[in-house]
Every structure is written in C-alpha cells, then in structure tokens.
Design a protein around this ligand. Structure first.
Ligand code: ZN
Ligand code: ZN
Length: 185
C-alpha cells in the first residue's frame, strides 16, 4: 500500500496553493500519494501573539497533530497557513514539524515575493512553497538538516537559503526518505 499524506488548509490558506502543492509533492516523494483535505481548520485563536502580530507555530502544529492522529488512513498531515508564524527563540519560521511524526506546518507568508517588496511571481512563490513543504515533510520522516546547501533538507535561515536550495533531496537524504517511506507503509 502506498502512504498517503493529507494537505490541510488552516485559516486563510489559499486553495490553489494546496492544489499546486499536491502535484509538486507527488514528483518528489517516492511511493506516496497526496490529497487536499476538503474542509480546512480555522486558525486557533490562542495561536495569535498580539504583541508580535504573529502566530505561534507550536500551537498550530499541535492542532495539526491532534487532527492527524484521528485520520488513521493518513501517514501524516501538512498544515498550510497564510499567517506569519514563529517559535519563541526565533523571529519567524517558514515551518515546523514533528521529527519524526505525523504533523508538519508551513507558512506561505514570507514565501511571497511581495513580502520582500518585490513584484508578485506565482512561479517563484509555488517553488518556494514546494521546497518548504518537502523540507518539513522530510522532518516527519525523521530526516535532520543536511549540510549540502542545494539539498532541500538544508536549513533555511532566510529566503536566500530557500531560493538557493532545490525542491529535491540530495542522494543521501533521498535514500533515507525511501527507506523511511517503506518502513512506515
Ligand atoms: Zn528544518
Ligand atoms: Zn541532503
């Protein structure tokens, strides 16, 4: 049986982003299918940090986790949010995941060229979303950060790191993904 991963919109996430992501992810992960979950979740109110004007990624991740354990047919669930998210020790994060685990979350907020004062570019945006989604789902399979700057598992400290890396795993990471996917089936 092929592993199935659910894509879940949380709050204001754009449905087209999830559909594009579904197709992109299928080209990267072996023996895995992806499905957009019809009904998204509302953004948990308690995730908003009013002082920072950002949302807490750990709270969103725990909501995704709670949802994922109920969906026994899914290997894992990737939550997609439009809001800017952070963890206490960092100014922001592009995403967060259980490593290994059933839940991951990404934020599209800082992946938009507009965020950096640049003109909208859907192709670039979709590529960035795919990279961050692959990265966080890689963590759910137990992968740690990779030292190769072109590998999707390289840590992104800024959008420059995201743009520098590919949406694909390096050979070494790909092998880990393939082993992990097969063990979890
Ligand atoms: Zn990471
Ligand atoms: Zn790698």
């Amino acid at each position: 049986m092929t592993a199935k991963i659910g894509l879940l919109a949380i709050g204001q996430a754009d449905a087209t982003v999830l559909l594009e992501l579904k197709d992109g992810l299928a080209t990267v992960f072996p023996d895995t299918t992806f499905a957009v979950i019809d009904a998204g979740l509302p953004m948990p109110r308690r995730a908003l940090d009013k002082n920072r004007g950002q949302h807490r990624s750990d709270i969103i991740l725990s909501e995704v986790q709670a949802y994922a354990v109920k969906r026994k047919n899914l290997r894992s669930v990737l939550g997609v949010v439009d809001a800017d998210i952070f963890v206490s020790e960092l100014n922001f994060v592009f995403g967060e995941a259980a490593c290994p685990g059933k839940a991951a979350v990404i934020s599209t907020s800082r992946l938009k060229p507009e965020f950096y004062g640049e003109p909208p570019n859907n192709e670039l945006f979709a590529e960035r979303v795919l990279k961050e989604a692959v990265h966080e789902l890689g963590h759910t399979l137990g992968l740690k950060h990779c030292t190769r700057s072109s590998c999707v598992m390289h840590f992104s400290n800024s959008i420059f790191d995201t743009d520098r890396k590919q949406s694909a795993f390096c050979d070494e990471c790909y092998l880990k993904v393939a082993l992990s996917v097969n063990n979890l089936r």
